[in-house]
Design a protein around this ligand. Structure first.
Ligand SMILES: Nc1ncnc2c1ncn2[C@@H]1O[C@H](COP(=O)(O)OP(=O)(O)OP(=O)(O)O)[C@@H](O)[C@H]1O
Ligand SMILES: [Mg+2]
Length: 227
């Protein structure tokens, strides 16, 4: 089944360079990821993994080089077009989930859908479906401080998926989970890919997750050394 998607590039990053002051962080990174592929990025602290992920996700701009998402060169979009593009095409899962403390689980999940103009009824229906699938049926009306760490992380996963993004980017998504919750989350990514054909790029220090992925890419000193 996977082979069907092998020649469709979800992401093409070409010669990406990024410096902060005199420090060159990315030194010409090339990365291609196919639709439906789960790619993990590993490498030592400071290698440039989060910097690359933020650039792929259009949260940050490269100094030079191009990012193509589904053949669209995102550097060409203005900031308003970019926000709309990002909200509907890319789901972000951060290590620290950044849930909004004053909103409950289902409200947090609905926010990106509201921003995309989805009706309340439709957004809540989809949010409830995702939370149910993530084992949070009985926790929908809990606020973040009434949820465990693993539950909060799963709410953040549902929020990342609410607009059915083609590309899901995760930066150490299991970094603050215990091993059982981390394993569940990793298996969930594989299930979601199988069900929805979403593409995942996941930065991780977790070898087990890297082992579950289709491809492991290693970064060292601002370059991909093996892919
Ligand atoms: N906004 C910034 N200003 C200056 N330097 C930065 C900035 N963001 C990142 N850096 C530097 O860029 C380098 C790469 O950072 P990055 O966050 O991409 O590393 P990483 O591979 O994700 O590491 P970790 O595994 O610790 O999360 C680091 O040395 C960091 O100090
Ligand atoms: Mg990082």
């Amino acid at each position: 089944m996977q082979q069907v998607f092998l020649f469709l590039h979800m992401l093409k990053a070409q010669s990406i360079q990024k410096s902060y002051g005199a420090l060159q962080i990315l030194k010409g990174v090339d990365l291609e990821v196919s639709k439906g592929e789960i790619v993990t990025i590993v490498g030592a602290s400071g290698a440039g993994k989060s910097t690359l992920l933020n650039i792929i996700g259009t949260l940050d701009k490269p100094d030079s080089g191009q990012i193509f998402l589904n053949d669209l060169e995102v550097n060409r979009l203005n900031s308003k077009q970019l926000s709309a593009f990002r909200n509907t095409n890319i789901g972000f899962i951060f290590q620290f989930h950044h849930l909004l403390a004053e909103f409950n689980a289902i409200e947090n999940v609905c926010i990106p859908a509201f921003i995309a103009g989805t009706s309340k009824v439709e957004a809540e229906k989809r949010a409830a479906h995702l939370l149910n699938k993530l084992g949070l049926k009985e926790r929908m009306h809990h606020k973040p401080n009434q949820l465990s760490g693993g539950e909060q992380q799963r709410v953040a996963v549902a929020r990342a998926l609410i607009n059915n993004p083609a590309l899901v980017l995760a930066d150490e998504p299991s970094g603050n989970l215990d091993s059982a919750n981390a394993r569940d989350l990793h298996e969930l990514f594989v299930d979601l890919r199988d069900e929805f054909k979403q593409t995942f790029i996941i930065v991780t220090h977790n070898e087990e997750l890297a082992g579950l992925s289709d491809r492991k890419v290693t970064m060292k000193d601002g370059l991909i050394v093996q892919s």
